[in-house]
Design a protein around this ligand. Structure first.
Ligand SMILES: [Zn+2]
Length: 221
């Protein structure tokens, strides 16, 4: 099964997007079945090498080699962007006015680096996007219920403090705040709010010792 963001649906004439679920199988590129698995998607995304950083790359054509980056942006039609996630947030951005898209892999390290806010800024610089026009979707990922650190106040920078509750951290709310700070309107942000660890039948979860990955993809056409 492939989940879609309801926010993106009115634009579906221009956009193909989705988040796969566990019953569709794993999209871990370390597995031999990866090429076969990709045929189950409605598009053939560019999957980069994710490294939990904050590097954002503009792509204009399909690269020959995978490269290291956690966010991809493009304005090209039929150049689908994809990321692989288990507990990390898969963040998709669509600018219906500047006709551009982004796919972001935001694990907690990239969330601390504010890769989401930096990607919005990059879309502004490169495509002239107005953040107020952007539609943003956040995939199922580890919820505050299961994002547990042994001592989050020591392990994470001070600005994360408002999102800490005892040993748990709410990275969904952090993403929401980072997007709002970047100028995105709250009503144009859809967080699926499904915890990958709590819904083990539907999603892969690294914290459940599950090595599978879901694919999150977006394409202009
Ligand atoms: Zn949970």
């Amino acid at each position: 099964m492939i989940l879609e963001f309801s926010l993106f649906k009115p634009s579906s004439g221009q956009l193909i997007h989705g988040v796969t679920t566990k019953p569709l199988g794993s999209f871990n590129d370390e597995e031999k079945s990866f090429e076969e698995q990709k045929k189950k998607l409605p598009v053939n995304p560019v999957f980069n090498k994710q490294v939990h950083g904050d590097k954002i790359i503009l792509i204009n054509e399909r690269p020959d080699q995978p490269f290291e980056a956690d966010a991809l942006i493009t304005q090209q039609k039929n150049l689908p962007l994809g990321i692989k996630v288990a507990d990390c947030q898969g963040v998709l951005i669509f600018d219906p006015k500047a006709n551009s898209i982004a796919a972001i892999h935001s694990g907690w390290k990239s969330s601390v680096l504010n890769i989401i806010g930096k990607t919005v800024k990059k879309m502004k610089e490169v495509f002239g996007s107005d953040p107020a026009d952007l539609l943003v979707g956040i995939s199922p990922s580890l919820g505050p219920c299961c994002t547990q650190f042994s001592d989050p106040e020591k392990e994470l920078p001070e600005f994360i403090r408002p999102f800490i509750k005892e040993k748990h951290v709410d990275f969904w709310s952090l993403s929401l705040q980072q997007l709002k700070e970047a100028g995105v309107s709250e009503k144009q942000i859809e967080i699926m709010r499904k915890c990958t660890r709590c819904n083990a039948d539907q999603f892969f979860s690294y914290r459940n010792d599950d090595t599978g990955r879901m694919a999150v993809f977006i394409s202009l056409h």
